[in-house]
Write a protein that binds this ligand. Structure first.
Ligand SMILES: Nc1ncnc2c1ncn2[C@@H]1O[C@H](COP(=O)(O)OP(=O)(O)O)[C@@H](O)[C@H]1O
Ligand SMILES: [Mg+2]
Length: 261
């Protein structure tokens, strides 16, 4: 796996619980190209903890790629991404380093379009993954936490169910339970409601709102007007253009103001 090159600017030690104080997620003039095609260039925005931000744009405008770059799953070509005290700088790719891994373990959480669950594991085994980095938890405590998270997403007693037997909505519920257990400070959700019925969609939004209320930054790539209306911030990507002035699609929304160059 590749990742951006990074500056040794700031190096938080140990487990980072960013949500204990307000923090920002910042993109400063970030650029991403595939060959001669620039997906987005000079993109800048700042979002504060405790907010839900919609990332919109036509298919192919680079929403998934933007979330992957912020999530340090993919490199970017120029600019800087700041996540609380961490700074990651775009440039030539290199191997995923210790800082990126530490940030992924401690700070970042994902809701993937394809749920990102291991299909031939049961629910319990999938939900043990986010608890791996929690020290000092007994097996009984882990099991109780998993039960509680499953209760919250309406899947009580599902610990021993195999993922491949679940519906799409149920899989997304398990992915939500994984987020609840991980309690990430930054949540990157890629069209998390696109394949769901209304009740599962509302559960996704409610759970993400709870995480934001708890102090997380939540970014949601979406085409859904319902999801966009639920968000209070908006980053609009336009196909093949430099989004110098990300817009608001809904008048009640606060558009993200580009940072001063
Ligand atoms: N690894 C890659 N190599 C080349 N092109 C890619 C790669 N990943 C994505 N793309 C292209 O970048 C564009 C944006 O993709 P994506 O971020 O998935 O957009 P969106 O999520 O807005 O639909 C698409 O045209 C896609 O084909
Ligand atoms: Mg996409």
């Amino acid at each position: 796996m590749t990742a951006p090159t990074t500056e040794a600017v700031s190096q938080p030690a140990g487990t980072v619980r960013l949500k204990e104080a307000p923090f920002t997620l910042t993109a400063a003039h970030i650029t991403k190209s595939f060959g001669s095609r620039t997906l987005w260039g000079g993109l800048s925005f700042t979002v504060e903890s405790g907010t839900m931000t919609a990332v919109t744009g036509p298919s192919g405008s680079g929403k998934t790629t933007l979330l992957n770059c912020i999530g340090l799953l993919e490199g970017f070509d120029a600019g800087r991404i700041g996540i609380g005290p961490w700074t990651f700088t775009g440039g030539p790719r290199h191997r995923l380093g210790g800082r990126e891994r530490a940030c992924q373990h401690n700070v970042l959480g994902f809701l993937f379009q394809n749920y990102g669950l291991v299909e031939n594991w049961n629910v319990r085994r999938n939900l043990t993954v986010p608890l791996r980095h929690r020290k000092g938890l007994s097996a009984a405590a882990r099991s109780a936490m998993i039960d509680q998270a499953l209760e919250r997403v309406g899947l009580p007693s599902a610990q021993h169910t195999m993922i491949y037997t679940l519906s799409r909505g149920e899989r997304q519920r398990v992915a939500l339970a994984r987020l609840i257990l991980k309690e990430p400070s930054v949540i990157l959700a890629d069209e998390p409601t696109s394949a769901l019925d209304h009740s599962d969609r509302d559960l996704v939004l409610r759970t993400l709102q709870e995480q934001a209320d708890d102090g997380a930054v939540v970014l949601i790539a979406t085409h859904s007007d319902h999801v966009i209306e639920h968000c209070t911030r908006h980053i609009g990507l336009r196909q093949g253009e430099t989004p110098a002035s990300p817009r608001s699609a809904q008048s009640k929304m606060v558009p993200i103001t580009p940072d001063t160059p």
